[in-house]
Design a protein around this ligand. Structure first.
Ligand code: GTP
Ligand code: SPV
Ligand code: MN
Length: 592
């Protein structure tokens, strides 16, 4: 397959450790994929779904203790503890290697070792990077075939180079007490043991494309971000691209594939998806910031996805898709999750594998749900009706605006614009959001999640902020404008006030108009906020007074917010860039 000595010696090392019965290279062919699907069905690892309604689609259930990322068991094993920073778990790399090797020793006995050569980004693109994942799980292989570009050609592109990421996964006993997701940034190495769930084991995704890549980006002068990439085409046929960072399960996939309101579609507005989760961005020859989506598919949240909320995501799941921890509708051998249809299935198996009792369903009690709240679909990007023509091109798309956002019941207005790049970095660094089911632990707790990267930054977050500021200096007046959005303001009863989803296009249009210098705004202590009449409410049953209420910047709430940001900043000590400290002081002064 390859004569690259660094690759061959690493494979030998892992093989000697785990002692597989056999070794199989994954070549990316349909033939091999079909054989693996058949094996997984024969062992029960996958269930084949209705071939007429969902061709090439399969259902998988993970262990009940293994349904989300595990942030408390995720480590950045940099040589110096200081380099992991205050927001990451750290462990000494030498000791961690030893512990992980002890856990994984002999763990492939009686099993096959799969070797997956993959590219993050179009193969051969100057912005792409290469990885090799070793796994004992066919589920991982089949997901990687969707989420990354798997091809033996990758080994030709790599040649003799040592610039590739070592990704080693072993299911071991799926023992939550021995579960570790470890990144070794200085060694380009990832090791994941005792899990079989998505983000913990599809190592090209969060582990490589964010934790390792963010470190590489810092060293090499580019950025790896937890961002969707979206193209908005106006009636004149011009396309503007925006990138948006929201924490997990806060609306990236939805925004990336939204369908504009009818009156805008009638005018000729269109939306093109470049990416729904991760962006790699570099400064191009013309001095602007260019982004690629390093992934090849969508690992999307299933609950809440339906024809109306996200038609394009649902359409993406109609063939060659793997569903994880959703409900199995036995009436026609398809899948179901909360929010897919109004009618509840009467003959279904829940995500735990038990017969589901629809009569016991209680919206307020997640333990009665048929699908796990973090159940997911793994769908090929090519299936997406609005996939951008630029998706498979390696040069990337020029970014006009960067948008931060999160779930804030109160506080953050629907949208506001930063006063400068530095002010935008401040807004990103101070972002907070209510936690979701995407990670194990409590849900609905407000936490600071800078740039939506808290669980994904592979180095000291103070250095990360400094890197953002540095990129801004290099970009100068060609830097994207920075905004913040909040679709999640609630009323006294806890209902979302803003309709969201496709109607978010109304906000995106204001953002683009601001980038073009064509829209008005008022200056507030936190930044530029649209006047209510600046957001187009055509055809929407939403009164201007309500809009006014969610655009409001409440000085008392923001004074408290500024105090919390001050607390949050203490963590970073000397590593907090002085510019950000100044930004906080300016905010406090503005609020007086
Ligand atoms: P990850 O894949 O975990 O990174 O999540 P994501 O950021 O891609 O989130 P996604 O788009 O899958 O949305 C997560 C949840 O938020 C789903 O239940 C959506 O229905 C809901 N959601 C998305 N957009 C909106 C919105 O504009 N308004 C409201 N109220 N809910 C939304
Ligand atoms: C997220 O949690 O942000 C995801 C899902 O996109 S996972 O791949 O599990 O990280
Ligand atoms: Mn994500």
């Amino acid at each position: 397959m390859t004569t690259n000595k660094t690759v061959l010696s690493w494979i030998d090392e892992i093989k000697d450790l785990v002692k597989p019965d056999s070794v199989v290279w994954i070549d990316g062919s349909d033939k091999q994929r079909d054989e693996l699907r058949a094996i997984a069905v024969s062992t029960g690892e996958l269930e084949k779904l209705n071939e007429e309604k969902l061709p090439g689609c399969y259902l998988h259930r993970t262990k009940q203790n293994d349904v989300a990322r595990v942030e408390d068991r995720t480590f950045i094993c940099s040589r110096e503890k200081e380099n992991a920073g205050p927001t990451n778990n750290w462990y000494d790399p030498k000791e961690m290697y030893k512990m992980l090797y002890d856990i994984a020793r002999d763990s492939y006995k009686g099993k096959t070792m799969y070797i997956i050569p993959f590219s993050m980004g179009p193969i051969g693109s100057p912005l792409a990077k290469i990885g090799i994942e070793i796994t004992d799980s066919i589920y991982v292989v089949l997901n990687m075939l969707i989420m990354t570009r798997v091809d033996l050609k990758v080994m030709d592109v790599l040649g003799d180079s040592n610039d590739w990421v070592r990704c080693f996964h072993s299911r071991c006993d799926i023992d939550p007490e021995k579960r570790y997701i470890c990144q070794f940034p200085e060694d380009n190495t990832i090791i994941s043991v005792n899990s079989g769930y998505g983000g913990n084991v599809l190592l090209g995704k969060k582990c490589f494309a964010l934790r390792i890549a963010s470190y590489q980006g810092w060293k090499e002068g580019w950025m790896a971000e937890h961002m969707l990439i979206l193209g908005i085409e106006n009636p004149q046929g011009e396309i503007k691209y925006v990138a948006a960072a929201f924490p997990s399960a806060c609306g990236k996939t939805n925004l990336a594939m939204m369908i504009p309101p009818k009156y805008l579609r009638d005018k000729g507005y269109k939306v093109w998806t470049v990416g729904d989760d991760i962006a790699w961005m570099r400064i191009g020859k013309d001095g602007r910031l260019y982004a690629i989506n390093p992934e090849n598919g969508f690992f999307g949240v299933a609950p809440g996805t339906n024809e109306k909320s996200n038609y394009n995501a649902l359409a993406s799941t109609k063939k060659n898709t793997i569903f994880t921890n959703v409900a199995h509708d036995l009436s026609d051998n398809t899948v179901w999750w909360e929010g897919l249809t109004k009618d509840l299935p009467t003959n279904a198996i829940d995500w735990k594998g038990n017969k589901w009792d629809a009569s016991k369903f209680n919206k307020a009690d997640k333990s009665t749900y048929a699908a796990h709240p973090n159940s997911r679909f793994t769908a090929p990007a090519v299936n997406c009706p609005c996939i951008s023509e630029e998706f498979n091109k390696g040069e990337g798309v020029p970014i006009s605006a960067i948008i931060f956002g999160g779930r804030r019941a109160k506080c953050a207005p629907l949208v506001y614009q930063s006063k400068s790049w530095e002010n935008g970095v401040f807004i990103g660094s101070a972002m907070a959001s209510e936690t979701t089911a995407a990670a194990a632990g409590a849900v609905g707790v407000v936490r600071r999640d800078p740039m939506a990267m808290l669980p994904f930054c592979g180095y000291h977050m103070g250095d990360y902020f400094a890197h953002w500021l540095e990129m801004g200096k290099k970009l100068g007046d060609k830097a994207p404008k920075i905004f913040n959005v909040n679709w999640f303001r609630t009323d006294d009863k806890g209902n979302f006030i803003w309709p969201g989803f496709g109607d978010n296009m109304r906000v995106i249009n204001w953002i683009i108009a601001r980038c073009e210098g064509k829209a008005d705004a008022v200056e507030t202590p936190i930044g530029y906020v649209p006047r209510p009449e600046d957001i187009d409410l055509t055809d929407l049953d939403f009164d201007i007074e309500t809009l006014k209420s969610i655009l409001e910047v409440d000085k008392d709430i923001w004074t408290k917010e500024a105090q919390e940001i001050e607390e949050h900043y203490k963590k970073f000590g000397d590593k907090l860039p002085a510019e950000l400290r100044n930004q906080l002081e300016t905010l406090k002064a503005n609020l007086k």
